[in-house]
Design a protein around this ligand. Sequence first.
Ligand SMILES: *Cc1c(COP(=O)(O)O)cnc(C)c1O
Length: 396
Amino acid sequence: MFEATKAQFELPEGVIYLDGNSLGPLPKGAAGRVARTMTEEWGKRLIRGWNDAGWMAAPERIGDRIAPLVGAPAGSVTMGDTLSIKMFQALAAALGLAPEGRRVVLSDEGNFPTDLYMADGLLAALGRGHELKVVAPEAVEDAIDESVAVLMLTEVDYRTGRLHDMARLTAKAHAAGALAVWDLAHSAGALPIDLEGAGADFAAGCTYKYLNGGPGAPAFIYVAPRWADVARPILSGWLGHEAPFAFDLDYRPAPGVARMRVGTPPIIALASLDAALDVWDGISLAEVRRASLALSERFIAEVEARCPMLTLASPRDGAERGSQVSFRHPEGYAIMQALIARGLIGDFRAPDALRFGFTPLYIDEGDVMAAVAILEEVMAGRLWDRPEYRKRARVT
Ligand SMILES: *Cc1c(COP(=O)(O)O)cnc(C)c1O
């Protein structure tokens, strides 16, 4: 179904890539686009590129290409920095809009640690007695009460793929008078998202996972239109100013989502992302979701039948899962190294999860069956049981 999109990616011979949930592969159009941005724009236009190559407008122009992928209206998304920073900004802005006297930021243990670390740092810097309350994912709904200022969650758990119900939890937060901030790291490009329909207040996501923008590609941030002109930017950089080139000494935020810009946009990285987004033209996320569930379900069934020593760590029901499947094993790290040595690339998340991402834009059933064959061979023959596979690298 996605043969035409698969042909748009560089996929090395002999590799089955089930790690697009962590770093998407190189879209064939990206290298040429980056080269043109460098030689034609930077090389020839020099500083004139900010105006005549559209560099200064790129964050909002590319934000408008992300918007339909996350159910956001045009003009509500901008680009820049990293997801950690965008979550910091989103949480700070949401806290500024929460009712007086609320002191709790509610999150869960399935959240990616950087979100919790950034929240911790922000709350300490604010020094207003806020508390970061972290509960089990299943306990989030019941923990939403009138002490909560902001509900801050990642929609899809990076370890297990467990999917939160964004619309229901956002509605519950709103009913309690709180705001809802969503991290879309493992959902943007993986499944249909309806930020506007769900009523999310703020959201942010990265573009190097399912959106294939390249290592360190800039993050995106969404601000609900109702807040766009009132949210107070905590990182009040000059390019989020109403008139950066007036060089006023006082800060006045730009109208709309552009106030979430901070400093000079990364034009070369944005060029790579822009090319990666071309692949999404005409793609239906509902189709992507259907295909990803079919691939994941096939994978789960085959692995459970052929590798009984692995335990499913992801929800069994596809409706409660994102686009990745994890299995647990105490020797998960060594097993993953053995798989990678045989061309099956997934990743490992401590303490014991083998994680596989399903990305129908370039992974098909043949890949899934070939992956299971490698996994079965490694497990049945204990091929992972070698000292070199236990040596931990810096990135797992
Ligand atoms: C990948 C990921 C991040 C990464 O943040 P960066 O600032 O881009 O390094 C943050 N949050 C979640 C939920 C993630 O999955």
